[in-house]
Design a protein around this ligand. Sequence first.
Ligand code: 5GP
Length: 239
Amino acid sequence: MEKQKLLAQGKAKSMYETDSESVLLMEFRDDASAFDGKKMSALNNKGKVNNQFNAFILDLLAKQGIETHFIETISTHESLVKKLDMFPIECVVRNRATGSLCRRLGVEDGLILDPPLFEFFLKDDALGDPLINENHILSFKWASQSDIDEMKRLTFQVNEILRELFDKANLILVDYKLEFGKFEGRVLLGDEFTPDGCRLWDKDTLEKLDKDRFRQDLGDVIESYQEVANRLGIEINLD
Ligand code: 5GP
């Protein structure tokens, strides 16, 4: 599969066309960003760690019946994915309250949420990714009711699978963000699942092992991602 024209450049990934119309090349870069791009930095090996982390998780989800865009890794920092027609929506599930939820509602940080809380956000950096609800999605025709239902069902199913996976690695899956798109009429999981888009706390110490280390200047960002990968048995190739 040949890497062709750059199609889109996000804050941490670049998408390239390939010689197949339905396949894109997803390149994970070393760039890190937070606060809708207001804080930017480059972190050595981030692209390689996240590409291989994402491959492990999306492969595991596929084996559990969740259809994703992931096809295969083709280098340490690049993967091939199916070309989806993405919804401009972020699906967030929270098992514990933290981050923007605490700022918005003034609830205690770390509060266990039972049942887990589902939230939709509009994917729009300029607007600061605002919280939206299903009525916004329907009225602005960002997705249909059946697509909304499918995104919610899949996001909760991912929670069941990954909560258990991380629990076995002595980690709490605090919250995470997923993005979906359409492929041949079906709703598929797109984008990525890496410590960039979720929160993971050590079960005993509640130490943060995710992108909050970058957001909050806690240091050892990629070392922490590697620690999570290690605990999951993911062998990261940094060559
Ligand atoms: P919060 O709403 O508390 O900022 O984020 C909730 C969860 O979704 C966190 O795990 C956070 O990492 C993830 N998340 C929300 N928005 C974004 C985003 O624009 N980019 C990334 N990488 N993660 C996000």
